[in-house]
Design a binder for this molecule. Sequence first.
Ligand code: FE2
Length: 445
Amino acid sequence: MAELKYLSGFGNECASEDPRCPGALPEGQNNPQVCPYNLYAEQLSGSAFTCPRSTNKRSWLYRILPSVSHKPFESIDQGHVTHNWDEVDPDPNQLRWKPFEIPKASQRKVDFVSGLHTLCGAGDIRSNNGLAVHIFLCNTSMGNRCFYNSDGDFLIVPQQGKLLIYTEFGKMLVQPNEICVIQRGMRFSIDVFEETRGYILEVYGVHFELPDLGPIGANGLANPRDFLIPVAWYEDRQVPSGYTVINKYQGKLFAAKQGISPFNVVAWHGNYTPYKYNLENFMVINSVAFDHADPSIFTVLTAKSVRPGVAIADFVIFPPRWGVADKTFRPPYYHRNCMSEFMGLIKGHYEAKAGGFLPGGGSLHSPMTPHGPDADCFEKASRAKLAPERVADGTMAFMFESSLSMAVTKWGLKTSNCLDENYYKCWEPLKSHFTPDSRNPAGPD
Ligand SMILES: [Fe+2]
C-alpha cells in the first residue's frame, strides 16, 4: 500500500484536490453555475448554520454525482446495534469483560458494520443528547458497502488489526494505538486485513473538541498539529450490481442501493472532516511532587454537554510515563465517581490490575460504584520504594468517561458471553491494616 498523505491541524479550515484534477476547487466561490470538471457541489453541514464561528462546521464537496443519487432506504437486520437502554434490568455492579471474541473468517464473514455490537449507552438520539459504546468484531472488508451515521460521531479505537478507511474526504490508515473520528453524516467503508477488533465511542449530536488547557497554557496534552486529515481521493467506479449505502438513523439500520461508488469526491474544502491521531503523540502531564492529578489531565478529546465543565463523554488515555511522586500511593486511588467509566485496553497491562483486565476486553464502573486497585496492587504499592519509575511502558489503556449513567445491553451482559463473573473477587482479599494504637504507618520494606 502506497503511503497515504494527510493534511494536519485539529479543526483546521482545509482544502484538497485529487492531483488527477488540478483546479477542481472553484475559485472565490462555493457554487459556480458550472463547477470545474463539471462536478456537482454539495455542502455537508456539521453544525447549525448559525453556530458561532468557533463551533461552526461545514465542508463543501465537489463530486461526480451528488449523494442524493440513490434508491430509497429500507430497514435491514439490526444485528447487535441498539439504542434500547431498557433491554435488561440495571446492574450497579463493577463489570468486567474478557476479550470480546472475534468471529473466524472461515466460519462466518463479518464486516465492520455487521460486526458492530452495542455494549452500553445512555441518553436519547432524537434529542441529540447521549452516547453509546460499541465493540466491533470483524474479519472481512466492507467491499461495495459504506456506512454513515445520522445520529452522531464515531470515535474509533482499533485494538487488533489495522483499518484502511475510505471516506468521502480521502483515505486514512488507522492502526492500533491510533484513533480516528468520523463525524456525523460522513460516508466511509473499512478494509480489514485480519481478524479485527476495537472500541467505538459514539456521541449524539455533539462533536469532539480538544479540552481547554487552563493554567497548563498553550501547549500540551493532545497538540492540534498532530491530528491528521485525509487528502481528496476519488474513484469513478460504476457498480452495476449496486453499491449499498448503510445508514444508522434514529438508532436503526437502513440500506439503499446506488449505481456508483460514494467515494467520488474530486475536491473538497472546509473544517468538517474525518481525522486521526496517534496516541504516542500525547504530551503527558502529571504530578512531579506528591499526590495525584485528577485523571482529567489525560483527556485527549471531549464532547461537551451544555453544562459548563461537564462532558457527554471524554476520551482519556493512560500512556507510558514516569511516576515520580514522593510519599504517595502511586496507583489510581480508591474512589467513587458521579460519572460512568468504561475502560478498555489496547495493549499491555493496566497498572492497577495486573491480571484479568486484558487487551480487547473492558470494564464499566457506574456512577457511585466503588472501585480501585486490587488487593495485590494495594499491598505492593503501599510498600514500594518510591524511586522514579517508568509506568505503563508497552501499554495503552483508555477510558470513555460520561456524565450520563450508562445502561448495559443484553449483548453486553449475556449474549457476548464475555462478562467476567469473578471480577468482584479481586477486591475480596483486601484486609484491614488499622492499628488503633499506633499512628505511624509502616514504611517501605
Ligand atoms: Fe475510576
